[in-house]
Write a protein that binds this ligand. Structure first.
Ligand SMILES: [Fe+2]
Ligand SMILES: [Fe+2]
Length: 213
């Protein structure tokens, strides 16, 4: 049984660890940890492929992208210092599913990641209208990393083989349609992300996602 952390306890445990990977091994459940590590490996590959100048930041942001998921709703709502990344009203209302983005960004900042890395963590759930390269890499790696075993995972990897933007669009379309099907509120940034990616890319993403909706 892992200890249940609040935000400060989580940050303290990560800062005391020899490095981020070993710290996350103490904190995350096995499947979460393997997802983060696999996303980190893929993100490093993508940083090289797409010429991101700071592969270390991208790798660390991918490792940390779901660290907010280790905090329960009470711990998320109890965060008092968001380190510059407070949730918006829609995120507060939606609960853990959206709050894990800003919470992860706050953790990222508290353990020393750059603002760019924290932003990629912050926006990995919904994207944003002005996507940075690091944002796209983290979202694509989240969807396509090698431990994903869902029916849609091979298609996420096919989309990524075509382009980073198609992989992001596929991922957002998949999530948007599932949120809609569950009758939950859609965060406006998800639609803004799809608009920013452009109609052609989104149409192709919808075609790819269709069998899984
Ligand atoms: Fe996430
Ligand atoms: Fe994830």
């Amino acid at each position: 049984m892992r200890p249940r952390y609040d935000f400060e306890g989580l940050v303290g445990a990560l800062n005391r660890a020899a490095n981020l990977t070993s710290g996350l091994r103490l904190i995350m459940l096995e499947a979460q940890r393997r997802h983060g590590e696999a996303a980190s490996d893929l993100a490093a590959d993508l940083a090289a492929r797409y010429g991101h100048p700071d592969a270390d930041t991208v790798r660390q942001a991918a490792l940390l992208h779901d660290v907010g998921r280790t905090l329960d709703l009470a711990a998320l709502k109890g965060i008092t210092n968001w380190h510059g990344w407070p949730p918006d009203d829609d995120e507060w209302a939606a609960g853990a599913n959206l709050l894990h983005g800003p919470a992860g960004a706050a953790v990222a900042r508290a353990v020393g990641l750059s603002a760019e890395g924290a932003a990629a963590v912050r926006y990995h759930v919904t994207g944003r209208s002005e996507l940075a390269l690091a944002d796209k890499i983290i979202m694509a790696a989240d969807a396509a990393e090698g431990t994903r075993r869902y029916a849609w995972a091979p298609t996420a990897r096919e989309a990524l083989a075509v382009s980073l933007e198609l992989a992001v669009a596929f991922w957002i379309v998949l999530k948007v349609e599932r949120v809609r099907a569950a009758g939950l509120a859609l965060h406006p940034r998800s639609s803004q992300t799809l608009e920013a990616l452009g109609a052609d890319v989104v149409a192709e993403a919808r075609r790819l996602a269709n069998p899984f909706l």
